[in-house]
Structures are given as C-alpha cells and as structure tokens.
Design a protein around this ligand. Sequence first.
Ligand code: DAT
Ligand code: MG
Length: 139
Amino acid sequence: MAGNRTFTMIKPDAVEDGHIGNILQHICNAGFRIVAMKYTRLSREKAGEFYAVHKERPFYGELVEFMSRGPIVAAILEKDNAVEDFRKLIGATNPANAEPGTIRALYAKNVGENAVHGSDSDENAAIEGSFHFAGVEMF
Ligand code: DAT
Ligand code: MG
C-alpha cells in the first residue's frame, strides 16, 4: 500500500530567487498537509550525507556545494499516495523535461539547480524526514 508521507526541500536557488511563498502555495493547493517544516541550512558535511547515494556520480561535488550554499526550507508532507503525487507535482529532474505547470517547470533553472527535492520512495521519505526532524517536531 502506498504511504502517505513524503519529504521535500525548497533548495537554495529557489530560496535566493524569492520563490518560497509560491512553491508552498503550489504544495498546499495540491492537497498536501504540512507535518513538519523548518528554515535551515545544510553544512557541506550534512549535504554530503543527505546525498551520499550519489557519491560516485560526476555531479556529486557540485550538488553538495549547491545544497550547502544557502538556506533551504525542509518539510514533511502528508497526503494519500504522497511520494508519487509529489513527484508528479514537481516534475522531471531536468526542468527542460518537466511537464508545464509543475514546480520545476515554473521555478527550476537547470538539472543541477532544480528548485525542489522530493523523496523517491516511502522508505526514503521516512529516512529523509528523520534526517531533518525529531519526532516532537512532527505534527
Ligand atoms: P531527483 O532530485 O529528481 O530525485 P536525482 O535523485 O537523480 O534527481 O538527483 C538528485 C539531485 O542531483 C538532482 O535533484 C539534481 C542533481 N543532479 C541529478 N542529475 C544531475 C546531472 N546530470 N547534472 C547535475 N546535477 C544533477
Ligand atoms: Mg532523487
């Protein structure tokens, strides 16, 4: 059965460009409930840990630099079929391939600076949510 929680980050590019409010509005309008949320910044070390699965990829260094260069908004979101529905809402990793109207089509710059993160499985949603939030910060 599909789980009902996913994890997201509004990435440094979208924060720098002033898109926090618009992106949160897309998320809420799509029927996601906010379970947990914080405005924070990843250290290089923490960004490296979060994206450790991509350690061998050629873009890993660039990704860690980018994700630690400024503040982000981290959040846990709830909705039926959350992981899949959220991936649909954000669109493809490369905004050039993202469906019109998706968050990445609207706000992402390129495949590296792509505005938002969305978990790719129920298992990773739980791991990523716990990476950023303690149980007492989830409502
Ligand atoms: P997604 O964020 O859509 O789940 P992913 O898990 O494959 O994509 O990659 C994680 C992040 O790494 C992605 O959001 C941006 C960066 N990235 C992926 N592919 C890249 C590439 N070809 N060049 C530069 N950065 C890339
Ligand atoms: Mg991914």
